[in-house]
Design a binder for this molecule. Structure first.
Ligand SMILES: [Zn+2]
Length: 182
């Protein structure tokens, strides 16, 4: 029976026939189960970076094919300026981020510049499927996106940033720096 279920699951997946560059909207059925399905509801995923589907046995989630998202038309990125002004450059947190950004030539005065730079780069990358799906957090699906940050001496630093996925193509900054990228 288990084998039969697996075969059926695979057949169902093939029916959807996702191609690498396809985009899908995840449609969850509201339920009381302690699963991650609801967290993905309404979110847009590139077929090569998406949650496992089905998530579990009896998962009722559906995938609907959608057009590739277009920046600021069918996808949006938001980034609270406090992520920089009140976190990265805050003295309240002793996590080395302030020193790091300052070593790259940025101060709290650059918060708005960083906000705009993050938004434009990340939105473009997300819409190109250039992100890594990182599973589900407490309430939302999470993705990691690499940003190319101009730093002192006309150099560039590639850094990893963390975003949460909201319905209808919206991504929101959660972690302004989660590590170095190559
Ligand atoms: Zn499900």
């Amino acid at each position: 029976m288990k084998l039969l279920n697996e075969v059926a699951e695979r057949l169902l997946q093939n029916l959807v026939a996702r191609k690498e560059d396809d985009w899908i909207e995840w449609i969850a059925q509201p339920n009381d189960w302690q699963d991650d399905c609801d967290k993905f509801n309404g979110c847009y995923f590139n077929a090569k970076q998406m949650p496992k589907h089905p998530q579990h046995e009896n998962c009722q989630c559906r995938l609907e094919k959608i057009a590739k998202p277009i920046p600021n038309v069918t996808a949006r990125a938001t980034c609270d300026i406090r992520k920089f002004a009140g976190y990265v450059f805050s003295d309240k947190y002793d996590n080395g981020k302030k020193e790091l950004f300052e070593s790259w030539g940025y101060t709290i005065e650059d918060s708005e510049y960083l906000q705009q730079l993050y938004i434009s780069q990340v939105l473009q990358k997300y819409c190109n499927g250039d992100y890594v799906f990182k599973g589900a957090g407490k309430r939302y699906g999470r993705v990691e996106i690499v940003i190319e940050l101009p730093i002192s001496n006309k150099k560039r630093q590639m850094i990893k940033t963390g975003w949460i996925l909201l319905p209808k193509g919206e991504i929101k900054l959660s972690t302004p720096f989660s590590g170095f990228a190559n």
